[in-house]
Write a protein that binds this ligand. Structure first.
Ligand SMILES: [Zn+2]
Length: 284
């Protein structure tokens, strides 16, 4: 009995990866499965920032989390500004062309599964897109079900979180297509967006993503750390259309802070620069 050798090896590798990349940039690794298909563009619900249904209730919900309500997000554009031309290469984006003061929130991997975060997102109705890795969520696919049901975007982040540039085209295709199959089977909706771990990709990644049914490869402009954002641009400011990266992380990775505390801080950083949050799937 005991843990099979290949599993042990995976666990050791995973731990090393996590330690090495934790505070640096996109995508720490996590811990270590599911699977039948439909193509989604219409989720069951659509969270919209600043939904005016009941301003008093919205204000109360935000107060509960130590926040002020966001300005309403503008109406989605009639035509999506990022599109894959028929038969053309999969676009690779770090931001969305727009003049509106909006940003897009993306949350990666899926290691931390804090029930309070599900409640928070239900109450705040701030849209985000989750890029999920099988190795990080296979012990609890069910955690993400209510987030998908709330209408947040479901996206692909590979099976095992490898550096895709080190893999053959065939292996890259397996990492993307097999995770596509798992997510589709598990949640009943086929992801359209893909993010390569660490933001590392090459032309083979693009080809593979296209073959797996992906419409865009999504990178990022800012990365949320524990209390501050890491900016790629020298002016250290959000720009219209920026894609912001965060991770499903808990106290052990956030110096004692919780996922909801990190999220509240991220939302404050966005608000204090005069931005609101829009839904990535409305733009790509
Ligand atoms: Zn990642």
């Amino acid at each position: 009995m005991g843990i099979p050798h290949h599993v042990k090896k995976t666990i050791v590798l995973w731990a090393a990866l996590t330690a090495a990349t934790l505070l640096v940039t996109g995508c720490t690794a996590d811990r270590p499965a599911g699977t039948a298909p439909t193509r989604s563009s219409a989720p069951t619900a659509t969270p919209t920032t600043g939904t005016p249904e009941d301003p008093a209730a919205t204000a109360a919900a935000y107060r509960k989390w130590g926040l002020k309500p966001f300005a309403p997000a503008p109406a989605p554009p009639a035509a999506k500004p990022v599109r894959r031309a028929p038969g053309g290469p999969v676009p690779v984006i770090s931001d969305i062309p727009t003049k509106d003061k909006i940003v897009f929130i993306t949350i990666d991997d899926g290691a931390e599964k804090d029930p309070a975060f599900v409640t928070m997102m239900k109450e705040l109705k701030v849209p985000f897109t989750m890029f999920l890795t099988d190795a990080a969520i296979r012990n609890d696919y069910a955690y993400f079900q209510p987030l998908v049901a709330q209408g947040h975007g479901l996206a692909n982040h590979t099976l095992t979180h490898p550096d895709l540039r080190t893999l053959s085209p065939q292996a890259q295709r397996r990492e993307i297509c097999d995770q596509q199959t798992k997510l589709t089977g598990r949640y009943g909706t086929a992801p359209r967006l893909f993010r390569p771990p660490y933001g590392n990709w090459n032309e083979a990644t693009r080809t593979a993503a296209g073959q797996c049914g992906i419409d865009a490869i999504v990178l990022w402009r800012e990365s949320m750390q524990i209390t501050n954002m890491q900016y790629q641009r020298g002016d250290r400011k959000l720009h219209p259309g920026d894609i912001v990266l965060a991770h499903f992380r808990g106290p052990s990775e956030l110096k004692g802070r919780t996922m909801t505390e990190m999220t509240a801080t991220m939302l404050r950083r966005i608000q204090e620069q005069g931005f609101t949050v829009a839904r990535l799937e409305d733009y790509v």
